[in-house]
Design a protein around this ligand. Structure first.
Ligand code: AMP
Length: 190
């Protein structure tokens, strides 16, 4: 069981790249953002709870998020592992993932870090807001999501760096170039 953790700030292109990687790697993309949005759309209890955090650009509590990921990784299509997109986002989530992978007999092969400068990110997120109409792509929530990333998620880079798992990938290149770079990084780590 192999797990790839795509890390990077909101708007860096994790979702787009993870979807492209799915086919070439034969591993499913597991995006906690997409899972929450699915629940939101279907008005499940989980969705209603998640909405209160998502609308503000804040993180859904760890226990809720971890339970959802556990459930998702128990599916047959994740038997060989997964491309994790948007998870883990806190140290508590990273610890829970380590525990879960120990139980499942899985390992993290590499943590590609998509590097994109801040100004470019805000522009991308505002553009996405117009195209996709995502409720959490307003200027206020974008600012909150950036801050949350800096404070809670960025420290995970140190955590995975200590284990020699982080490889930086320039996210400012074209979509195709980023995809190629990611494939190289993942192949080398396999
Ligand atoms: P994303 O599509 O990854 O940008 O996620 C959209 C929103 O879903 C985030 O702003 C959070 O409110 C919530 N979310 C997604 N992933 C997580 C996570 N790992 N932990 C907590 N909240 C999350």
């Amino acid at each position: 069981m192999k797990f790839i953790i795509l890390i990077g700030p909101p708007g860096a292109g994790k979702g787009t790249q993870a979807k492209l990687l799915e086919q070439s790697l034969g591993l499913p993309q597991v995006s906690t953002g997409d899972l929450f949005r699915y629940n939101l759309k279907n008005e499940t209890e989980l969705g209603k709870l998640a909405r209160t955090y998502m609308d503000k650009g804040e993180l859904v509590p760890d226990a809720v998020t971890v339970a959802m990921v556990k459930d998702r990784l128990a599916s047959a299509d994740a038997a060989g592992g997964a491309i994790l997109d948007g998870f883990p986002r806190t140290q508590a989530q990273a610890d829970a993932l380590d525990q879960l992978l120990e139980q499942l007999g899985g390992r993290i092969t590499v943590v590609p870090n998509l590097v994109v400068d801040r100004e470019e990110l805000v522009q991308r997120l505002l553009a996405r807001a117009q195209i996709e109409g995502r409720a959490d792509d307003t200027e206020d929530t974008i600012r909150t999501r950036m801050r949350v990333y800096e404070e809670q998620t960025k420290p995970l880079l140190d955590y995975y760096q200590q284990r020699g798992l982080v490889v930086n990938v320039d996210g400012l290149q074209s979509r195709e170039a980023v995809q190629q770079a990611l494939r190289r990084v993942i192949e080398q780590a396999a």
